[in-house]
Design a protein. Structure first.
Length: 447
């Protein structure tokens, strides 16, 4: 890595800066869409939403810097970007809109889950055995399925909107979706990577021409603000919420492991268990940071791995610039408020693509890494996804059960995750066929 880290002295700093901006743009849409969705769902006003978006961008930058630091205690030292975890959207909304818990419980659960990841980072190589591809694939699929209704509600104009489902709202939403699809069909590389961001910009311009954009949040936002811990109130701790966010964190850790190993190959570095433990600790610190500053849990962003491979620039200097830019942007409310002018229907069209990709990534994990010729694996997927979706659609199904048992079943993602873990242990034990072995078997069968 030392030879690569001297890249800045050998190259033009302007190019380093431009590559850093490219990394920010590649992850920007995902970074700002999460606070927009969660903030609107839990009833935040314009000022609160502006702060939430700004602090999220700042926390993304700090989390990235923690991970690339690479000291002996935490940080994997690879050119990796961190952003808010998409799989946390549905659980955070469920916790925040629960009358018994509320927003304060979200941040208590995030802090607790981050502490869990940090303290047990050294043991995760063993815990990961409980999250083989059939479990993580099922959980990611459940998360994607439960997010789609949110996207469709926004595409129609937002719940409670008197013009919900109007031709204009539908035209804007489906127009953005079509734009994103065409951008992915006829472009490659960087333009494809920022297709969602371009879709949001194009949709907002079209909505402005139709008189459907409210510029009030942008006009009222200042140019600078200070951040403060526990901005939305002191955290509260509820067992159900904590367990939910720990499960989300474990899924994030499992996905981050794949990103770390992939980046290790790209930069020609062997990643061992100590490297992974330091990476997990940095992720745990980032999650705790998100809870303390009332933002989100953070995880590695795989889309930026593609940029590292595409640009062939493997140095951490570029990521250092990107993380620094995110921190600076986080102190500027005007930039955060700029995102708020995006109408719900425009955001909904983009969310169908984003959440659909979450769903399809779960399906891809199952298809590529799980032997679907085994009936037992199909049964695990069927029962876990069915349980997760069922509890999400009928949330009061288990209301009459004892409160201690409700912890495991009152959230669709938790219920589906535990179903997948339990059935995998029942049918497969702790041994899971490596993806390579599954693919080899499939190739042999095809031959």
């Amino acid at each position: 890595m030392k030879e690569q880290d001297n890249w800045l002295t050998k190259r033009n700093p302007i190019k380093t800066f431009s590559l850093g901006i490219q990394h920010v743009l590649a992850m920007y849409a995902g970074a700002v869409v999460v606070p927009m969705i969660v903030g609107q769902a839990i009833g935040m006003n314009h000022a609160q939403l502006t702060y939430l978006i700004a602090i999220d961008l700042l926390a993304c930058g700090v989390a990235t810097l923690l991970q690339i630091w690479g000291n002996r205690y935490f940080g994997i030292g690879l050119p990796v970007m961190l952003g808010c975890a998409f799989q946390a959207i549905a659980p955070m909304i469920a916790i925040g809109t629960d009358g018994k818990m509320g927003v304060s419980a979200i941040y208590g659960a995030i802090i607790a889950s981050g502490l869990f990841v940090f303290l047990f980072a050294g043991l995760f190589s063993r815990l990961i055995r409980f999250f083989p591809p059939i479990v993580t694939g099922s959980v990611v699929t459940i998360i994607g399925v439960t997010l789609i209704p949110t996207a469709l509600n926004d595409l129609g104009g937002g719940p409670g909107n008197p013009e919900f489902g109007s031709p204009l709202n539908l035209g804007l939403g489906f127009g953005v979706l079509l734009f994103i699809i065409l951008m992915n069909r006829f472009n490659k590389g960087f333009l494809r990577a920022i297709s969602v961001l371009l879709g949001l910009v194009a949709g907002t311009v079209a909505a402005a021409l139709a008189g459907k954009v409210d510029f009030t949040p942008l006009q009222k936002a200042g140019w600078f603000h200070m951040i403060e811990p526990f901005h939305f109130g002191k955290p509260t701790f509820h067992a159900s919420a904590i367990l939910t966010m720990i499960l989300v964190a474990l899924v994030s850790v499992a996905e981050s492991t794949g990103v770390f190993l992939a980046l290790g190959k790209i930069v020609n570095r062997d990643i061992d268990s100590k490297d992974l433990a330091r990476g997990y600790r940095a992720e745990g610190l980032a999650i705790m940071l998100g809870g303390i500053f009332n933002s989100f849990p953070y995880t590695t962003y795989s889309q930026n791995v593609g940029l590292v491979q595409m640009s062939r620039v493997k140095t951490r200097d570029v990521i250092l610039v990107a993380g620094g830019l995110l921190v600076i942007i986080g102190f500027v409310p005007k930039i955060a408020a700029l995102v708020q002018i995006v109408p719900p229907s425009v955001l909904g069209g983009a969310m169908i693509a984003l959440f659909g990709l979450v769903l399809s990534s779960g399906i891809r994990m199952l298809a590529d890494q799980v032997d679907l010729n085994r009936y037992e694996n199909l049964l695990i997927i069927a029962c876990s996804v069915g349980m997760g979706l069922g509890v999400t659609v009928v949330p009061n199904l288990f209301d009459k059960l004892p409160s201690w048992l409700n912890i495991l079943v009152d959230n669709g993602i938790v219920a589906g995750s535990f179903t997948a873990i339990a059935l995998n242990l029942l049918f497969n034990g702790l041994k899971a066929a490596p993806a390579a072995a599954v693919n080899r078997a499939r190739d042999e069968q095809a031959a």
